[in-house]
Design a protein around this ligand. Structure first.
Ligand code: SF4
Ligand code: SF4
Length: 372
């Protein structure tokens, strides 16, 4: 179990309070995108093509605080773009800590080591470092050599300084499950709090459309990766969401569980799709046709989606929403998921990871985080 007890207790109390008040829909994590600029241009990044005048814009700290207070979620994920490129990111982070929000600051870690002295370790602050597996796979995934080593250096320094750190990995087609398992070993040896995982979402704007996984292949891949676990592995996620990825559970999406706010406003319906924007959180919640989204809706944009921003809230709500769900969550935290047939999947020939990737030219100010 990697998520600290105090964070779990805060989320549990929040879920119970909303259930007691009879609220049908409420957010768990605000996806706060303060800017779209990035220092990388990954092939799976869905918003990399924003024009320069959009990439130049950013939210002010006051806009960030207003969105956080309007939303009320106990956790705030700060993707982007690369948040460390925001000139007032320290002020934003400190303001959210003062509001007692659990923050996941997502970063590609190119600047992490240099910027760490500006931050203060806190139980409310986690650096969520974009790391898509071991060196070769990660550098290939982000289309730049040397990024893995820089990120690992940043992670080690952050751990040394007493920060919470969770590598955040998105896996696409062509990934070798044995390599992912070796990656878990390496991360645990460094001393990270836990790994965060998600399958990639098939953005129609992403430059390389050949790498995305369908639902059946997601389940097969994650069953191979996550069955027969080592005791040392820790995941900073709901174990029920991991069971969902492995094909042991079915959920529909809870898009309002992770609402997204950025320079355009409140994004409908989720962090991944852009079916317009609402001017306020209230308007987002009250006027979005939620029934048009998720696997059960038949919406083709949701057909292959199993990403954490849509489905982890479903798992968290089950885990904290009933005694049965709570027991399943506790059991999942300690289970190693033995599965003989999943071992056979590990013995299959490694997929060809040399699928040609579209190499993106580095724009002057690159792209946007699309990761859940
Ligand atoms: S299924 Fe995926 S794309 Fe569709 S609403 Fe949910 S998170 Fe968004
Ligand atoms: S924002 Fe996009 S380009 Fe930048 S690190 Fe994240 S996925 Fe890669």
């Amino acid at each position: 179990m990697a998520v600290p007890i105090s964070q779990m207790a805060t989320v549990a109390a929040y879920v119970l309070k909303n259930r007691f008040q009879g609220n049908r829909r409420y957010p768990l994590v605000l996806m706060l995108e303060p800017l779209f600029r990035c220092s990388l241009a990954c092939a799976g990044c869905g918003k990399v093509q924003y024009p320069p005048h959009v990439l130049k814009r950013q939210l002010t700290p006051e806009e960030c605080f207003a969105a956080v207070e309007e939303c009320g979620a106990p956790m705030v994920s700060i993707p982007g773009g690369e948040p460390l490129l925001h000139p007032q990111i320290v002020e934003i982070v400190n303001g959210l800590i003062a509001r007692k929000k659990y923050i996941y600051l997502c970063t590609n870690a190119l600047e992490l080591k240099r910027r760490l002295p500006e931050f203060t370790p806190s139980k409310y602050l986690t650096f969520s470092v974009h790391l898509d597996g071991l060196r070769e796979h990660h550098d290939f995934s982000v289309c730049r050599e040397g990024t893995f080593d820089i990120a690992v250096e940043g992670i080690k320094e952050a751990v040394r300084r007493g920060f919470r750190v969770t590598p955040n990995s998105t896996f696409f087609d062509g990934v070798d499950p044995n390599q992912v398992r070796a990656f878990f070993d390496e991360m645990m040896a460094i001393g990270v709090e836990g790994v965060v995982l998600s399958p990639g979402y098939s953005y129609d704007k992403a430059p390389d459309q050949n790498r995305f996984l369908g639902r059946a292949r997601v389940r097969r891949l994650f069953r191979a990766i996550l069955s027969n676990r080592k005791k040392s592995w820790k995941f900073n996620m709901s174990p029920l969401f991991l069971e969902f990825l492995m094909g042991h559970r079915n959920y529909d999406c809870t898009p309002w569980g992770s609402p997204a706010y950025n320079i355009f406003g409140w994004q409908r319906p989720c962090y991944l799709l852009q079916d317009g924007y609402a001017e306020s959180f209230k308007e987002l919640m009250e006027t979005t046709r939620w029934e048009d989204y998720g696997i059960g809706s038949g919406n083709p944009k949701c057909a292959n989606c199993m990403v954490s921003c849509g489905y982890e809230p479903s798992a968290v709500l089950e885990g904290f929403g009933s005694f049965k769900g709570f027991l399943a969550m506790v059991k999942g935290n300690f289970s190693l998921y033995p599965d003989k047939s999943a071992l056979d999947l590990l013995n299959e020939p490694a997929p060809n990871s040399a699928v040609p990737l579209v190499q993106i030219e580095q724009p002057e100010q690159a792209c946007q985080e699309t990761r859940a």
